[in-house]
Design a protein around this ligand. Sequence first.
Ligand code: G3P
Length: 217
Amino acid sequence: MKFFIDTANLSQIKEANDLGILDGVTTNPSLMAKEGIRGTDAINQHYLTICEMVDGPVSAEVLGTTFEGIVEEGKKLALIHKNIVVKVPMIKDGIKAIKWFTDNGIQTNCTLVFSAGQAILAAKAGATYVSPFIGRIDDGSWDGVQLISQIVNIYNTQGFMTEVLAASIRNPLHIVRCAEAGADVCTCPLPSILGLLKHPLTDLGLQQFLIDAKSMQ
Ligand code: G3P
């Protein structure tokens, strides 16, 4: 399973990248706005900076919602860097645009996916990635990881090439369960990635090893 970081914060991207386990980055308009980025030039420059930091796919989301608007924006985003993946919302015009991008060799990430039916449409349009939002599904008392399993099963059965990118990850257990469910990619906030490191027996064990190591010097 590939690890992407789900943020537009450059210091968090650097911290995850320095671990050596980062495969890519996803952003969305909310994450970009949180960093105080305003205006097309600043947005494009920010994506370029991220692409120069991380050697892997970087999802950049379109802001338009019409077929023409999405295609025009996506073409410009794709020109920023070869690793840009155009992120497109799961709407009717979005599916049409994903098909257009597929036919024109531009990689896409179909976002805001909450059902297996939506995931089938994204795959039929040739999306490179499909992003089910598992944390937001859990928020409504459904099981987000169950949806990941269902989509993985459908894609394997049908031979779809679209990669399942588990998004809206909220904790380390989500990452572990997505790995079990067969997700191709997990895009995570930095604290969820770092949470995978934690175990009290590791801390206690290391403490004792350090004491014993000192006694041997
Ligand atoms: O990748 C999608 C993600 O950014 C949404 O996460 O926590 O806002 O549901 P969240």
